[in-house]
Write a protein that binds this ligand. Structure first.
Ligand SMILES: [Zn+2]
Length: 446
């Protein structure tokens, strides 16, 4: 079916819901008719009152293939994405092995993804202390950004960089207008001694807010000094907000994201011995997270992303309950929409405001907003159709991730994805995978 019509009373077009009929032809949105527009010769899919919106673009995902495909792989991750209404994702330079820090490993990763992409997938490259010479090649080969850590990444082959390392590559990033994505935690010894590694409160206090704010200061200083694009990934510390706000008033080259788990869970409710909740920076107290919400409602975040970073149950130390030995990473790629929609409803987040944070805004950050992130004529027909009215419980059998362990298990949420279209092909029908291998490998145009 290369040509068909999609009708709904609630299509998200031009920042608002409106009755429309989308004419899909040859993988693109060929035309948009406002209102009900039937045609005798073309198949007509009537979705009545379901929300029809551009496909979700998740700009922060760890897939881990090749090398650690027992953690997560392209096949399972992109199936989960499709079921979750994510039609495009951008994959991080770790935790695959080898890590994506040179052209050879980038090509290996592209090879590993062949035949396994059920949604569109692009990539970031990584900066480590020893690969300055590789950065330009990675950029020319089509990465969407360069990611670095300011503290230990958890992967020994991906050491953290210093200010000097970043200053050394800044002119290259400037030349290509390439964003530098930074994991902002700067470790120091100003933390309490650990007496019980199974205590969530002790884990939380082991990664204090000032680690994040010190790193954010460094990120802003580099952004300002070199006038480059710097993106702060997964902000958790609300004490970082004021300095980010201040710099954002002066430039649009500083950007910031946060993730569903920082907005949905609160430290007070996380039990001891439950490293399924471990991530870095950590999920903080409710009072902190309320401020993240205020920042979100105030248009402070550029976009929202899952930071899906799963690991096998043994690595997550699910048996021992030891937060300090466990892998830090939350598995949740599939649940971004229902989690944010459900919590957003309680927080007064309008759906009209949530949708761009998952679609148009990440597209702008990635520089693909001329073809993705919007329901507009000529755009790729990446479309997510969902039900905002019926509550459902996240159950193990619905999870497409390689490992079922996720802190979202058994949560009751609203916002079920019913149908997903990738490049004009229906990949999910009635919340079930229908057509596989429709994703394209995305390389940034140079
Ligand atoms: Zn990450």
């Amino acid at each position: 079916m290369t040509e068909f019509l999609i009708h709904s009373k609630r299509c998200f077009i031009d920042h608002q819901f409106t009755e429309a009929t989308l004419h899909i032809k040859n993988n693109k949105i060929h035309n948009i008719h406002l209102g009900y527009h039937d045609a005798v010769t073309i198949p007509f899919l009537d979705y009545n009152n379901l929300i029809v919106m551009p496909g979700i673009i998740d700009a922060h995902v760890h897939i881990n293939e090749p090398g650690r495909e027992d953690w997560e792989g392209f096949d399972t991750a992109t199936k989960a994405a499709a079921i979750g209404g994510v039609t495009t994702l951008i994959e991080m330079p770790l935790n695959a092995s080898p890590v994506t820090t040179n052209i050879k490993s980038f090509l290996l990763k592209q090879d590993a993804s062949k035949g396994k992409l059920h949604v569109n997938c692009g990539f970031y490259g990584g900066v480590i202390p020893t690969n300055k010479k590789d950065i330009e090649d990675l950029i020319k080969a089509g990465v969407f950004g360069i990611k670095g850590f300011l503290s230990h990444s958890g992967i020994d082959e991906f050491p953290n960089v210093s200010k000097l390392d970043l200053e050394a590559i800044a002119p290259i990033l400037k030349q290509y207008d390439m964003p530098l994505l930074l994991h902002c935690e700067l470790t120091d010894d100003d933390v309490p001694e650990v007496t019980n590694p199974k205590s969530y409160q002790e884990y939380l206090h082991s990664r204090p807010q000032h680690w994040e704010t010190n790193a954010i200061d460094l990120a802003i200083a580099i952004q300002e000094k070199f006038d480059i694009k710097v993106h702060i990934v997964h902000l958790s510390a609300s004490e970082g907000i004021e300095r980010i706000k201040k710099r954002k008033k002066e430039t649009n080259k500083l950007t910031v994201e946060t993730c569903p788990h920082y907005l949905y869970f609160n430290a007070e409710a996380i039990p001891d011995e439950s490293p399924i909740f471990k991530c870095a920076p950590p999920i903080r107290e409710k009072a902190n997270n309320n401020k993240l919400w205020d920042f979100l409602l105030d248009d402070g975040f550029n976009f929202l992303a899952s930071d899906h970073s799963p690991a096998p149950p043994e690595r997550k130390q699910l048996e021992s309950g030891d937060f300090f030995k466990a892998w830090g990473g939350i598995s949740g790629l599939q649940f971004t929409l229902p989690v944010l929609f459900s919590e957003g409803q309680k927080r007064g987040l309008q759906t009209e405001k949530l949708i761009p944070l998952l679609t148009k805004k990440p597209a702008e950050f990635l520089g693909i907003d001329d073809k993705k992130g919007d329901l507009a004529v000529g755009f790729d027909a990446d479309i997510t159709i969902w039900d905002d009215t019926e509550e459902f419980t996240i159950s193990e059998d619905s999870i497409q991730h390689q490992h079922k362990a996720t802190p979202y298990l058994n949560e009751a949420v609203f916002g079920k994805v019913i149908h997903t279209f990738v490049n004009g092909v229906q990949v999910v029908e009635n919340s079930t995978l229908k057509t596989l291998q429709q994703g394209q490998l995305l390389l940034k145009d140079r």
